[in-house]
Design a protein around this ligand. Structure first.
Ligand code: GTP
Ligand code: MG
Length: 409
């Protein structure tokens, strides 16, 4: 069974993100029944094109009123699997969600208006995709109706974007000409563009890969909490990669002690044989080791790297600038320790233009190549290997002020 696939839709203002989302929900029958009916009726009676963007904003309002449980995510299903669209109201929120929250997109749809072409935010969002390391990108050229569904208009944008993205080492898997408002090439192949024989948005999505590889990796379990019931000591945490089994030898970082897993338990389920990725478990161990929050449990011989100095790409999210070497807290999974930043190269996050080397400060929304020095060593991986130990946030006065990823170790 395929897992959910999480993706984000990015692009310049008004290029049609909300419309595409509305259309995807409508075409996959994922809206509440009364909404579906209302849309059908208005379009029939008035012969009018439905404002899907308006529909989305409407749903948004309902969500804000608490009718839907999850405010940040929208779901729809194809025959293949369920999709989760991660809201990206703006680039700051997008970066924040990706680097600081649980909502890690596995793929992205980059939307460009066929009539307007590439705009500042198209470039900025493309850059963010590369910064965050999203490998699976679908480009949709929207509003093809405004350019008379002409192949030449599509080709021109495709070429310009491909050249720009190549510079960022982003290689889109598909370029699709669509008219989200009318549904061309969203769920159904368009009759208006017989020159296009490629995939629709839905079939392209179904072609993406799940990021399931983490399931086949070695165990990573960052300890969240230590819990005592009677004389039993439980290490609580989420399995971020691999599997944990009763009887398995584990290593605890940073101490390096090893022991055996005695039992694997879940809420009201004692004595499980094992638990897999994404599951929250309680472990008891054969030896009474001192394990604390922030320790990382792994498989001996297949361990993350332990470091107290490493390089990373940082995105500064605070209105107050970052000052070189100011005291901050770094948080990576459940690990937390004081840290300082050295700014090697500071750049503009929309143009990628290098602004300064060895900078003293980093301003709001600027990105940088940095070196981080941490007080305690951290168990780390490259972001591309395992996002959970390859991304981090920086905290100042209890606020998240930056997000970063580790490209190299
Ligand atoms: P922001 O959230 O403000 O960034 O905009 P957005 O990207 O969500 O764009 P939205 O979906 O709100 O669409 C902007 C306008 O473009 C709306 O008036 C849509 O009706 C219109 N639009 C979207 N898709 C199409 C299309 O395929 N053809 C035409 N002609 N108009 C479209
Ligand atoms: Mg919108």
């Amino acid at each position: 069974m395929d897992q959910d696939l999480k993706f984000v839709i990015v692009g310049h203002v008004d290029h049609g993100k909300s419309t595409l989302i509305g259309r995807l929900l409508f075409d996959t029958n994922s809206l509440p029944p009364d909404k579906m009916e209302e849309i059908r009726r208005t379009s029939e009676e008035l012969g009018r094109v439905v404002e899907y963007a308006f529909l989305m904003d409407n749903l948004q309002e309902e969500r804000e009123q608490g009718i839907t449980i999850d405010t940040a995510q929208t779901f729809f299903k194809t025959a293949k699997r369920q999709y989760v669209i991660i809201d990206a109201p703006g680039h700051v929120e997008f970066v924040k969600n990706m680097l600081t929250g649980a909502s890690l997109a596995e793929a992205a749809i980059l939307i460009v208006d066929a009539a307007e072409g590439l705009k500042e935010q198209t470039r900025r969002h493309s850059y963010l995709l590369s910064l965050i390391g999203i490998k699976q990108v679908i480009v949709v050229v929207n509003k093809m109706d405004l350019v008379d569904y002409q192949e030449a208009a599509f080709d021109e944008i495709k070429q310009e974007l491909a050249a720009f993205l190549a510079g960022l080492k982003v290689e889109p898997m598909f370029y699709i000409p669509i008219a989200a408002l009318k549904g061309d090439n969203v769920a159904k192949p368009s009759e208006n563009m017989p020159w296009y024989a490629g995939k629709t948005v839905l079939t392209a999505l179904d072609d993406l890969h799940d990021l399931e590889e983490a399931q086949n990796q070695a165990l990573i379990l960052p300890a969240q909490e230590i819990y005592k019931i009677g004389d039993k000591r439980y290490v609580l945490g989420r399995v971020e990669a691999g599997e944990v089994k009763a009887g398995q030898t584990i290593k605890v970082l940073p101490s390096g002690q090893t022991t055996t897993v005695k039992t694997v338990e879940k809420f009201q389920q004692e004595g499980l044989p094992s638990a897999g990725m994404g599951e929250n478990v309680g472990l008891t161990t054969a030896d009474p080791l001192f394990i604390e929050r922030g320790n990382v449990i792994c498989q001996p011989g297949k361990e993350p790297v332990l470091k107290n100095e490493f390089s990373a790409t940082l995105f500064w999210l605070n209105h107050e600038p970052l000052t070189k070497e100011e005291p901050l807290i770094i948080k990576c999974a459940t690990q937390e320790t004081p840290a300082q930043v050295i700014i090697e190269k500071r750049f503009n996050s929309s143009t990628m233009e290098v602004l300064e080397e060895n900078a003293q400060q980093l301003q709001f929304l600027e990105a940088a190549e940095i070196i981080i020095k941490t007080k305690k060593p951290l168990a780390l991986t490259r972001f591309s290997e395992l996002a959970e130990l390859g991304k981090f946030v920086l905290i100042k006065n209890d606020n998240i002020v930056a997000g970063g990823i580790i490209n190299e170790l």
